[in-house]
Design a protein around this ligand. Structure first.
Ligand SMILES: Cc1cc2nc3c(=O)[nH]c(=O)nc-3n(C[C@H](O)[C@H](O)[C@H](O)COP(=O)(O)O)c2cc1C
Length: 321
């Protein structure tokens, strides 16, 4: 059993490479043991300027953790997760093997389909039933999702504009962003030109301006039919950010399953003043972790390609035992 468990854990770490991460930094590392998988953050791939507290790094690691769990479940491995206060960030321990549930296998397929979509959304709103499914997925994933009302969307638009102006005026932040964005990205990290809009769409809530023009045809649409949501929760500590990342992955896979697109907008949580404004918008009921734009893709335009990933040997270590 041990050898097959170890192989399943290695496959789960491999599947977790597909997880979303801030600027595609993939700030995670896995150590595979005979009965457990350990997840570590990689501070070398933390954005020091944009993410000095490591909240987005941990959110990204949380998404990878959830991906690994989805992969294990798809093979029928029952497992337990421990989230120690320090390092490793998490330990997944396999308990026993059962016949896999077909729903879990379908979920695993979604890992390969999920991606960030920076094209404008279609005129079709995200159906209420789908929005509710995402709210439920966030809760099951360990956080909450608040879908914004129209007046809150306008407040969000102002916050994002302020955050964007503050960040673009900060030379160190712009230099940091430029290291991760644009070009072909042969090293397997960052955002290639192909996923960055050639021109920033004129939407009410602005997309992140990465400071470079890519080659993605973003479409002529608007964001009138988009829904905006805040992923939030009860605490604002390292462990809460990890849990938020797990919830993000759960929400995103549910959106993918229902044909909805997701674009995370993290600039308003990167700065203290906009983070506080978001918190007030949640009527102080929790701490904001990430803003998400949800939409239905415009079927007339080809979707963006998948972003690159680091090779497995750079993020997965097989422990000698
Ligand atoms: C915590 C987090 C924050 C992100 N913030 C943004 C953002 O502000 N703007 C954006 O265009 N994409 C954002 N993204 C999307 C990432 O750039 C994307 O996940 C990464 O490039 C990998 O691409 P993929 O999601 O298509 O696999 C964010 C992703 C995560 C996990």
């Amino acid at each position: 059993m041990t050898d097959t468990a170890r192989e399943a854990l290695a496959r789960a770490a491999d599947a977790a490479r597909l997880a979303p991460s801030i600027h595609n930094t993939q700030p995670w590392r896995w150590v595979v043991h005979a009965d457990r998988l350990e997840l570590f953050a990689v501070p070398d791939r933390q954005l020091r300027e944009q993410d000095p507290d490591g909240r987005l790094m941990r959110l990204s690691c949380g998404a990878a953790l959830h991906h690994a769990r989805v992969a294990l479940a798809a093979e029928g491995w029952l497992h337990d997760v421990e989230r120690p206060a320090g390092e490793p960030l998490a330990v997944i321990r396999v308990e026993r093997h059962e016949p896999a549930d077909p729903r879990a296998m379908q979920r695993f397929q979604l890992l390969h389909v999920r991606h960030t979509d920076r094209r404008t959304v279609s005129d079709e709103p995200v159906p209420q039933g789908v929005r509710q499914a995402l709210v439920d997925a966030a809760r099951q994933g360990g956080a909450r999702l608040h879908v914004l009302h129209r007046d809150e969307v306008l407040q969000l638009a102002v916050m994002i504009e302020h955050a964007g102006a503050a960040q673009q005026g900060d030379e160190r932040m712009s230099t940091e962003t430029a290291q991760w964005v644009g070009g072909d990205r042969p090293a397997g990290t960052g955002l290639p030109d192909a996923v960055i809009p050639a021109e920033l769409p004129l939407t009410t809530v602005a997309e992140r301006d990465f400071g470079v023009s890519g080659t993605l045809a973003a479409g002529a649409g608007h964001d009138t039919a988009a829904s905006y949501a805040v992923l939030y929760g009860d605490g604002d500590e390292a462990l809460d950010w990890l849990r938020a990342g797990e919830a993000l992955s759960a929400v995103w896979l549910a959106a993918t399953e229902h044909g909805a697109t997701v674009l995370p907008l993290s600039s308003p949580v990167e700065l203290v003043f906009t983070r506080q404004a978001l918190r007030r918008m949640l009527s102080d009921t929790g701490y904001p972790y990430l803003v998400l734009r949800l939409g239905i893709a415009d079927a007339d335009h080809a979707g963006p390609p998948h972003t690159p990933r680091l090779p497995a040997e750079q993020v997965i270590e097989l422990a000698d035992e």
